[in-house]
Design a protein around this ligand. Structure first.
Ligand SMILES: [Fe+2]
Length: 363
């Protein structure tokens, strides 16, 4: 049976508890087939802009109305992340196959940070009198990370180091019901710990994100290198102990979203997530949309420069360019306020949030 155009009470309770919920039969076959025809022409694409067939997975399914109800009005996606993990690859980005008998444990992340291998060697950073923790504190805010996705700082004042949105929506385009298919996987229930960590950074005076309090911008890696984008130990240590108990799943701290074709997953920005190695002989095919609740004061809602639907830093242009804002709207502080009170962006969830987290009503 096709999914309703709104969340059930049970689904809302799960979203509040776990930070994500799986929506069964959210996208119909005809809409899926139309998108898959486009993807199969180029299965390794990462970003596919301005394609109605792919964006239709969201815009022409019940998902847009469902988010309108649960979250609120929002700019419709005009871009998507097509995430095909080929057999025996770790994710859709890394271009080296894995040894399926000796697979590393993937680390879950929160989107929006400058991530990847730092272009400066560890020894060089230390020799210059800087620390791995604060490296980049005087860096060019517009520098895009080695992984290419997010700028070093969100704002020129360098007080916010992580981009954000409201909801990640992933559509499953082939069978991912058995663990090991490269499933999108999450630290179930860790969204509240992440929000609390952001609040703590704000209360300590910031910056928010990597390079801020208790979150080293870089951590040491092999061969005198340093890497950015991993979640800090001080944050990870506060995640709840939710484990996935299942056979053939080597990473129990991660919960795989086991989905059939046409299912979708809805997750909060604050929920740590990761692709997982595809141990199967089939590609894993998903399409992700990043959705942010409408901000009526924001003059760039719908502006194609933002990359609505794919960007994890929608206060800036997708390519990192700064945008000018009216004096009465501070997009960066607004984003911090939302990261520190994430349920405030979910109009249709307030009864459920108040039930499970009574304090939120006062904040
Ligand atoms: Fe991500």
């Amino acid at each position: 049976m096709a999914h309703a155009d709104h969340l059930s009470d049970e689904e809302k309770a799960l979203l509040v508890r776990d930070g994500f919920v799986i929506l069964r039969n959210a996208v119909s076959r005809d809409v899926r087939e139309r998108a898959k025809r486009v993807i199969n022409e180029n299965p390794q694409m990462i970003v596919h802009g301005d394609n109605d067939a792919i964006n239709g997975l969201y815009n022409d399914s019940i998902l847009a109305a469902l988010l309108d109800e649960a979250m609120g009005p929002h700019t419709r996606p005009i871009n998507a992340q097509v995430a095909v993990t080929m057999p025996h690859y770790a994710d859709a980005v890394v271009r080296t196959p894995i040894d399926v008998n000796n697979v590393y444990a993937p680390g879950a992340h929160v989107d929006g940070g400058w991530a990847g291998l730092c272009p400066v060697a560890q020894s060089e950073i230390l020799a210059s009198g800087q620390s791995l923790h604060s490296w980049g504190s005087d860096g060019d805010p517009q520098s895009m990370g080695p992984a290419g996705h997010a700028p070093l700082w969100q704002n020129r004042e360098r007080t916010v180091a992580i981009g954000s949105y409201t909801a990640l929506v992933g559509i499953c385009l082939n069978d991912q019901t058995r663990p090991g298919k490269g499933q999108f996987s999450v630290r179930r229930g860790a969204h509240e710990a992440v929000e609390a960590f952001f609040r703590g950074q704000r209360d300590e005076g910031g910056p928010i994100g990597g390079g801020g309090p208790r979150w080293p911008r870089l951590i040491p890696a092999d061969d005198d290198r340093a890497v950015a984008g991993t979640m800090p130990r001080a944050m990870v240590d506060t995640y709840p102990d939710t484990r996935f108990e299942g056979e053939d799943w080597p990473w129990p701290e991660l919960t795989p979203t086991l989905m059939a074709e046409g299912d979708a997953v809805l997750a909060l920005h604050a929920l740590p997530h990761t692709a997982t190695p595809n141990l199967s002989d089939d590609p894993r095919m998903n399409v992700f949309f990043r959705i942010r609740r409408l901000r009526p004061e924001n003059p760039y809602e719908g502006d194609p420069r933002i990359g609505w639907g794919v960007s994890d830093h929608p206060d800036r242009a997708l390519n990192g360019d700064f945008l000018e804002y009216p004096a009465n709207y501070d997009p960066y502080q607004t984003s911090v306020d939302k990261m520190c009170d994430h349920w405030s962006e979910w109009s249709g969830m307030q009864d459920f949030v108040a039930e499970i987290r009574p304090m939120s009503a006062t904040e």
